[in-house]
Design a protein around this ligand. Structure first.
Ligand SMILES: *Cc1c(COP(=O)(O)O)cnc(C)c1O
Length: 421
């Protein structure tokens, strides 16, 4: 098919994320992806400034990940996980347990499902059904996950009556990370710590769990909050015998400068969800991990997806974690952080810009008004960069494999886009 035919049939049949058919915003045909670049149907090359939604940390079409997929497919692509097991899944579970200190691993097929499983774990563990979270969060698009997304910028208004009503503490102040003008990071806000404490104490008796994205709130607003708030939630959970669920689906595997978001706070959750970068952007796979204590009390966990523990996905995830262990990701992420801080600095003074912030390999320009996505994309694509802005956010989380020059190009494209505000 030529690119025109792909687009014609796409418009006729295919739903894209959060769109109508046909999509109201432009859709671009991709021919191939390699390294940190995506090649479009017309031959244009774009740096994947989104790492394809946090996932492609090593870049696309990586020889090691390709080999892992090929080697595995010659053995088996998939077998059911009910009553059967295999080395790729067991190896991965052992590996994840070693990385997190959480010994029991449920392999799920997407991040949202991993969050559903985490919620089921907490409910089965406690016999309670209420969850506490903070506003500004994002946990996925299935019903349980949606119910703990921010109730205003999430999808609550579309599904009122279908969603259980959970407890929402105020959004944490987004006072963490680095800003071009600021000399140092702000300390934790004592008034907010008090609000958080009060919210947990009022509802403690009916809470199954507290669920948050550690330190970085992703799709809910790209906000960075002080680890002291996470530490307080850990203390409160312990004090009241409530489980703490860390949704590390976006933050996991080095993105924020630490291996996991929780590492900023030096805490361990009772339940953790990982996904997105788990397979290095190759296949859909996620996992929900918990302590042996939690698993023992749950006993039989009532969940079991058809493609649970898919060997192909597990084999690629294993290879991706090998690569992560070998690459100097801490230095790479620190270099990206410095390059983003430097490159995005001119945006801080641009009209229509509310805030510029960076944490690890995440760079954000927050605007005063919602952006015109097509217009912004047009500008950044003109600079050879692929980004997917939303709401009041023009942001990037590039592959760790980006060179300093790639990162500078992304930052320049973002700064150029502020001219359209
Ligand atoms: C993306 C994301 C999810 C949902 O993962 P899917 O694989 O898209 O279902 C859940 N939580 C967080 C924090 C995410 O960033």
């Amino acid at each position: 098919m030529d690119a025109g035919e792909v687009l014609r049939l796409d418009r006729e049949h295919v739903w894209h994320p959060y769109t109508a058919v046909p999509s109201g915003t432009p859709v671009h045909v991709v021919r191939r992806a390699g390294g940190v670049r995506i090649t479009l149907g017309d031959g244009r090359e774009l740096i994947d400034g989104m790492a394809s939604w946090w996932a492609a940390i090593h870049g696309h079409n990586h020889p090691r990940l390709n080999r892992a997929a090929r080697d595995q497919i010659d053995d088996m692509a998939h077998v059911m996980f009910g009553g059967l097991t295999h080395e790729p899944a067991v190896r991965l579970a052992h590996r994840l347990a070693g990385m997190t200190g959480l010994d029991r691993v449920f392999l799920a097929d997407s991040g949202s499902v991993a969050v559903e499983v985490a919620i089921k774990m907490a409910v089965q563990y406690s016999g309670r059904s209420a969850l506490l979270t903070v506003r500004g969060g994002y946990h996925g698009d299935t019903f349980g996950a949606m119910s703990v997304c921010d109730p205003v910028n999430g999808m609550h208004h579309l599904f009122t009556g279908m969603l259980p009503r959970h407890v929402f503490a105020p959004a944490p102040p987004d006072d963490y990370g680095r800003r071009p003008a600021a000399k140092s990071e702000a300390g934790p806000d004592e008034a907010y710590l008090a609000e958080l404490t009060a919210a947990v104490e009022v509802h403690a008796a009916r809470l199954a769990a507290i669920i948050v994205e550690p330190v970085v709130q992703g799709a809910g607003g790209m906000r960075f909050y002080h680890p002291a708030y996470l530490r307080r939630l850990r203390e409160l959970a312990d004090e009241h015998g409530i489980l703490l669920i860390a949704d590390e689906i976006a933050t996991g595997f080095g993105r924020t400068g630490e291996m996991f978001g929780c590492d900023h706070a030096g805490i361990r959750p009772d339940i953790m969800c990982v996904g997105k970068a788990l397979t290095g952007g190759y296949l859909t796979l996620a996992a929900t991990l918990c302590t042996a204590r939690v698993a023992d009390r749950i006993g039989v966990l009532m969940h079991g997806p058809t493609y649970m523990g898919n060997p192909l996905a597990c084999a690629v995830a294993g290879a991706s974690l090998d690569l992560l262990a070998e690459r100097p990701w801490r230095e790479e992420v620190a270099r990206i952080e410095a390059a983003l801080l430097d490159g995005l600095a001119p945006a801080a003074a641009a009209p229509g810009v509310r805030d510029v912030r960076v944490l690890g390999a995440i760079g954000v320009i927050e605007t005063d008004q919602p952006v015109d996505v097509a217009k912004i994309q047009d500008i950044v694509m003109g600079h050879g960069v692929w980004l997917r802005p939303f709401g009041r956010l023009i942001y990037t989380m590039p592959p760790y494999a980006c060179t300093p020059d790639d990162v500078a190009r992304i930052a320049d494209a973002m700064v150029a886009a502020t001219a359209a505000l």
